[in-house]
Every structure is written in structure tokens, then in C-alpha cells.
Design a protein around this ligand. Structure first.
Ligand code: FA5
Length: 350
């Protein structure tokens, strides 16, 4: 092998042994194997050699190149391993059995009230369903008897994605899927549909003490033969008396939603001001909490259920407002504030 190649090889091996970290190793790689590196430079000096000598010299240089690249890669692995070991050694030691020095976290008041409602409805035979936050126009509006350009859409402006989907403005957006999921059981085995589906809703609207652009609702549906408004009122009353565990004033008044007929607004007397009027209830003394009604025949039909044979009720409980009333939070925006000072005060009263 040519003297120059042998010398370069020895030099390289010595420097490689000295490389103590990844940065040093990288500089070494550049200085030997880079475009202007010493091994590459050897090839440039081949011009004066005969064709045969060129072939032999070139082959030896290439061998050296491969040899150097292989050693560098090996060394790189070693150094990486050593670096990780060093980092592990320098990490603080945790005693996982030591008592915690930090305060325990707490559940968000909306989570608390949601869990409580789930427990109540589960005890009455309802299943709890999860549903996507991104839905189609069909799910959120059309399947609910709200065709395109229907004025009812004005009440629920939301955020649209470029692909035409939207952030759901109401948990009712899951109604069609739930009817389709449990409809066959109802039709074939006579098992009533009883489901609740809590979820986050989004509306492009101005915020105030009782309105947020992001809030939680909990939808509920029950479908069977002979379901009537009395069933609806029974379930609403049971839910409210279990959540508040004290007498609260409620009122039921007619309300329009294209997906129910008849439809109602269920309001509760504001528990912040005792019904005298304050910013939390827009000075009316009442808070709209849980609109509801008998599912419109078109919605049942769209969900694959024969409205001539079956009837059902649906409700859309405002969970965020329920948390406000239950825990005496005057301004709904505090619930989304992320402030631990506000949010860590609440506990489950189960
Ligand atoms: C609806 O969203 C209907 N989908 C409810 C429904 C379901 C009716 C099934 C009939 C049958 P509404 O827009 O009124 O209706 O909202 C329902 C509840 O969500 C309100 O009563 C209120 O408690 C809560 N809510 C509505 N908008 C907001 C908001 N911006 N901030 C906080 N809570 C809100």
C-alpha cells in the first residue's frame, strides 16, 4: 500500500482514539472524509500516476475511506451511549415511595357535574356515549330537520373547517348516529333506546357571564313505544333533584327547535341571585338550562325509526351552566380560565 495512504491511516486511527465527544468526532469526519478532507485529497493527487497505478491507488484510497467511515460510525454509537449514560447519571434521583411534596390535583367542576349526571342516568338504564367534536353538516343540522338556509342555523354559528366539516355547535349532532346505533335493538328486540352523550360544543358568539364560545352540553334521548311528555318531565325532575339535592324553582315554557315537536325550554331560577336578577342570568332571574321536547318524526325517520310506531324525547342539558349553578360560579368564563385558584375549590359531594 502507498506510503501516503498508510500514514494517513495511522494518523486517522490516532485522532479517532482521541475523539472524546460527538462534536469532536464530527469534525474528524469532515477533516478526513469531507469534500475537502485529507482522504478525498489523496484522490486528487492521482493525476500523475499511470492508469494501472491509478487503479491500485484508487482502490486503496476507497478501502481507507470505507474503513474510516465504518470506524467513525462505531465510535459514534459508543459516544452516544456514553452520553446517554452521563445524562442518566446526572439526573436527579427520585424516590417514588416518598410522600408527595405537591398538593393533589382536583377534578374540574364541569367534570364533577358531568360524572354526577352520568351516574344518575346510568342508574336509570341509560348508556353513556362518546362522540366526535368534528362533525358534518348532515350530523349537526340536516339530520336534525334543519335544511340548508333554515333560519334556525342563525342561532348556532360555529367554526367550519376547510373540508366543510365543523366543530359541533350542539350535542344533538350525535342524535342520528345514536338512533342508527340502537334502532335495530329497539325494532328487533323491543329494547328502548336510552342514551346520554356529553360533549364539548363550540359557537362563534360573544361571551358574557353566562355565554362561552366553548362549553359543555349533555344530550339525552329515549325512544320506545308510547314515550310521552310525562316521561320527559319525570327524567328531568329526577336529574335536577339528584344534582341539587334541594328544592329549586324550575319552569317549563314552549321553545322552538326544529328537531322536536313540541319543544320546551326548561329554565331554573338563578341560584346566584335567588331569582332577583344579576349578570349571571342576564338580569332575568332565570337561566336557560335544559331545552327538550318530543323527537320530531322527521328526525326519527332519518334515524331509521318508524315514527308511526315509536316516539321519543330528547334534551340538551347545558352542563357548563349546571356547574355554574351547582357551585355558585358567577361568571361562566371562570370555568374556562384555567385558574387553579378558582378551579381547585370544588369537590365531589358524593
Ligand atoms: C340546543 O343546543 C339544542 N340542541 C338543545 C336541545 C336538545 C333541544 C334536544 C331539544 C332537544 P340551546 O342552543 O338552547 O339548544 O343550548 C342548550 C343549552 O346549552 C342552553 O340551555 C344552555 O344551558 C347551554 N348553552 C347554549 N349556548 C351556550 C353558551 N354560549 N355558553 C354556555 N352554555 C350554553
Amino acid at each position: 500500500m502507498d506510503e501516503r495512504i498508510l500514514k494517513l491511516k495511522t494518523d486517522f486511527e490516532q485522532k479517532l482514539a482521541e475523539a472524546a465527544d460527538l462534536n469532536g468526532l464530527d469534525s474528524l469526519r469532515v477533516s478526513y472524509l469531507g469534500k475537502k478532507g485529507s482522504i478525498t485529497a489523496l484522490l486528487k493527487g492521482m493525476k500523475e500516476l499511470s492508469v494501472e497505478a491509478k487503479r491500485a491507488f484508487g482502490a486503496d484510497v476507497n478501502k481507507l475511506k470505507e474503513y474510516a467511515a465504518e470506524l467513525i460510525e462505531k465510535k459514534q454509537e459508543e459516544l452516544k451511549k456514553k452520553q446517554i449514560e452521563r445524562e442518566i447519571r446526572s439526573m436527579p434521583v427520585f424516590d417514588i415511595t416518598a410522600p408527595s411534596a405537591c398538593e393533589c390535583g382536583s377534578y374540574h367542576p364541569i367534570t364533577l357535574v358531568q360524572r354526577q349526571c352520568e351516574k344518575i342516568f346510568k342508574s336509570m338504564g341509560f348508556t353513556v356515549e362518546d362522540y366526535s367534536e368534528v362533525v358534518t353538516d348532515y350530523e349537526c343540522f340536516e339530520s336534525l330537520n334543519i335544511p340548508k338556509h333554515h333560519p334556525a342555523r342563525d342561532m348556532q354559528d360555529t367554526y367550519y373547517l376547510e373540508n366543510g366539516q365543523l366543530l359541533k355547535s350542539q350535542t344533538s349532532a350525535a342524535q342520528n348516529a345514536i338512533l342508527r346505533k340502537y334502532g335495530p335493538g329497539l325494532i328487533n328486540n323491543g329494547t328502548p333506546i336510552r342514551a346520554i352523550f356529553p360533549g364539548r360544543c363550540f359557537r362563534n358568539e360573544a361571551t358574557d357571564a353566562c355565554h362561552e364560545n366553548t362549553f359543555f352540553q349533555m344530550e339525552g334521548v329515549m325512544v320506545d313505544k308510547d314515550i310521552s311528555i310525562s316521561n320527559l318531565i319525570y327524567f328531568m325532575k329526577t336529574m335536577l333533584s339528584e344534582v341539587f339535592r334541594k328544592d329549586i324553582k324550575v319552569r317549563l315554557r314552549p321553545g322552538f327547535f326544529p328537531f322536536v315537536e313540541p319543544g320546551f325550554e326548561l329554565d331554573i331560577s338563578c341560584l346566584i341571585c335567588g331569582g332577583t336578577g344579576c349578570p349571571s342570568c342576564k338580569h332575568s332571574g332565570w337561566l336557560e338550562l335544559c331545552p327538550c321536547g318530543m323527537i320530531h318524526p322527521n328526525v326519527l325517520r332519518e334515524g331509521g325509526i318508524d315514527p308511526e310506531k315509536y316516539t321519543g324525547f330528547a334534551f340538551g342539558l347545558g352542563l357548563t351552566r349546571l356547574a355554574m349553578m351547582k357551585y355558585g360560579v358567577k361568571d361562566i368564563r371562570d370555568l374556562n380560565s384555567g385558574s387553579l385558584k378558582v378551579l381547585s375549590q370544588f369537590t365531589d359531594d358524593e
